[in-house]
Write a protein that binds this ligand. Sequence first.
Ligand code: PEP
Length: 251
Amino acid sequence: MSRVKIAAGNWKMNKTATEAVEFVQALKDKVAGADTEVITGVPFVCIPSVKKAVEGSNIKVAAQNMHWEENGAFTGEVSGAMLADLGVEYVIIGHSERRQYFAETDETVNKKTHAAFKYGLKPIICVGESLTQREQGVTSELVRYQVKIALLGLSAEQVKEAVIAYEPIWAIGTGKTATSEQAQEVCAVIRKVIEELYGKDVADAIRILYGGSVKASNAKELFTMPDIDGGLVGGASLDLDEFDKIVNYNK
Ligand code: PEP
């Protein structure tokens, strides 16, 4: 089954709205003919101006987080309803930085994933092990658990639309990329657990990304592995030429 590859940028807490608009305006032409689905994960405050700037292009916009409630006394939070109202297509959920610094758990990831679907947003759900966990040999077990809890209670149709990003924590922002074999091995484990839970059709349809120091020089090797459907890209997505080359890795 052929799945459309994804190149999703995660800008983290980088770029002002002015810088963001400048960037996507330049990116639009570069990626116009891409075979890859192009997503930029921008800070909340950049969303309205970036959405306007990418109108009519093939660039989709992701938020980097959301709350699971629709509204209420949650100071500083943003809901799925608010993101949907701005026309956001994707939302990154459970990034390891959110888990580490903002106490996100597999349970909150599951709540957010349900809320994302409720408001018509596609979740990009992040999972992955720390270096200690890899050294202890529990990577597969841990990732299987994270995926199971994240997807708990979702329908097969929803899971087909979800995106999972396998991001080994030791490879994020460190310059240490997992080898394509290491990344493939865990992405295959993820597809297998989805097959066990939802059947082969769903497992064949869901897109599984690798994230962790993806750059122009390693994108092709990673993205052409059988169970890797593209990348969630941090640092390199802030650089126009690098991100262009990642999006167009097959040209
Ligand atoms: C990320 O932030 O999801 C990420 C993978 O970062 P980097 O590409 O910089 O390692």
